[in-house]
Design a protein around this ligand. Structure first.
Ligand SMILES: [Zn+2]
Ligand SMILES: [Zn+2]
Length: 452
């Protein structure tokens, strides 16, 4: 198999792999780098020019996996695109959102280039998207060769899949983004045990040691206590969240706490894409039973839409909970603007509940110390950190030890590392060299072809 990592910046960024299996040309995911704008935010599709792409596979609907899909599809006009049935229900909404983010960036003058695609493109291209149920083998043909593909539930987020591909006697496994633990709204990954020849594994949490005394249940309890403390001392609690998955998970967790009388009485604000997606998740829950979510939690919690106009550097002083995106406090998002107003007051808390890239404002805020001056560059706000900044271990990604265990038991001939910072990949490299000395471990240099 030939492999090229098309994610031009490495790290997590714009996930996209080109695989040549037999005579089939396959692309897995087509993401957008949340830290960049314009063409440099997309994968580098140059190595695909002039090639006939037989199949595009989507692992799940987060923007770092689908944000540039319309661009790729426009360049490869007859490539079919497959994903799980649940992802098929989400993907159009997520691609329209990807475009809305680009348009907003352009309006803010952060981007001079034209936007990469239009809402019409999304509507037109969507006819080529096909959903396949989990655990159902499906065949795809090239000119001579044939592969069989199976999607396995990967936890992480509704619709997320690992991809198993068979070609002749060769077995390939791509984890995608994965979480083995059960979440409140979604069961954990169910992967097949046993041998694979080649594996492509995500490495997001490679630099995070498995925390002791921080099980999900304990972390949920700690989160609720911290929220109650904050509200009781007159402050507000901001949870920056990814709109797909995390926001609905947190709403369900708060609804449980409220039902059992564990959550103080206070207004809860939530807004944006995540609230729309609540309807989609509700539908997926009813149609597929893969998700455990009901949009009734929005009524139960009396969720209010977040104020349309948040002023940078201003604390709205609502003594409330805010569940808003983006999860990594990316510039010009509601959570970024609100954080710029909350951070300067000791009564408030900013509680992170998911992964933050260290180079995003969220990652930088987590690395800063109380009393440091923090610059919200695009909001034009400089503030002394007086609010509590906390991190709760409710990540949507598997512990590195669990992933390592899964990789080791499969005794692959080769493992390709992806979706992680350099230090995270390095941990896997070291551990795999110890535990699987016969296995070739590849940490691909972007755009360089590898024979795997
Ligand atoms: Zn993801
Ligand atoms: Zn991802």
């Amino acid at each position: 198999m030939k492999l090229i990592d098309l994610n031009r910046d490495g790290g997590i960024g714009a996930n996209c792999h080109f695989l040549q299996i037999g005579d089939l040309n396959i692309v897995v995911d087509s993401g957008l780098n949340p830290k960049e704008t314009g063409r440099v935010a997309t994968p580098d599709f140059a190595p695909l020019r002039g090639l006939h792409i037989d199949l595009i596979i989507i692992t799940h609907c987060h923007l770092d996996h689908i944000g540039s899909l319309p661009v790729l599809m426009r360049e490869h006009k007859d490539a079919p695109v497959v994903m799980t049935t649940s992802s098929r229900m989400l993907i159009e909404r997520m691609m329209h959102n990807s475009l809305s983010v680009m348009v907003r960036q352009k309006e803010d003058n952060a981007q001079k280039e034209p936007v990469l695609f239009t809402h019409d493109d999304v509507d037109r291209l969507s006819k080529r998207l096909t959903g396949i149920p989990y655990n159902q083998a499906k065949r795809f043909r090239g000119r001579k060769d044939e592969i069989t593909l199976v999607f396995h539930p990967a936890g992480h987020v509704a619709g997320a899949a690992a991809v198993e591909i068979h070609h002749k006697k060769r077995q390939i496994f791509i984890t995608g983004d994965v979480l083995f633990e059960n979440q409140r709204t979604l069961p954990g990954a169910k992967f097949p045990a046993g041998h694979f020849d080649t594996m492509i594994i995500e490495t997001t949490r490679g630099n995070t040691e498995r925390p002791t005394g921080k099980s999900r249940v304990e972390e949920v309890a700690r989160l609720i206590t911290s929220i109650n403390d904050t509200i009781q001392r007159g402050g507000s609690f901001l949870m920056p969240v990814f709109a797909l998955g995390r926001q609905q998970e947190l709403l369900s967790i708060l609804a449980d706490a409220r039902k059992f009388g564990k959550l103080v009485d206070c207004p809860i604000f939530a807004a944006g894409l995540g609230m729309d997606l609540a309807d989609y998740l509700d539908e997926i829950a009813r149609k597929t039973k893969h998700v455990n979510f009901s949009k009734n939690v929005i009524k139960d919690l009396k969720i209010k839409p977040a104020p349309r106009k948040l002023n940078p550097g201003e604390d709205p002083q609502q003594n409330a909970i805010y569940i808003i995106s983006s999860g990594m406090l990316v510039e010009r998002t509601p959570s970024y603007t609100l954080a710029s107003g909350l951070v300067g007051h000791a009564r408030n808390t900013i509680g992170f509940v998911g992964y933050c890239d260290p180079e995003t404002p969220g990652g930088e805020l987590l690395a800063a110390k109380p009393g440091d001056t923090f610059l919200f560059k695009t909001a034009n706000v400089k503030a002394k950190i007086k609010a509590r900044v906390e991190k709760f271990e409710l990540s949507g990604h598997a512990d590195r030890e669990e992933l390592l265990e899964f990789a080791v038991q499969a005794t692959p001939r080769s493992i390709v590392l992806t979706h992680g910072e350099q230090s995270a990949r390095d941990w896997f490299k070291q551990q795999l060299a110890l535990k699987l000395p016969q296995t070739t471990v590849i940490d691909p240099v972007p755009l360089q072809p590898y024979q795997v």
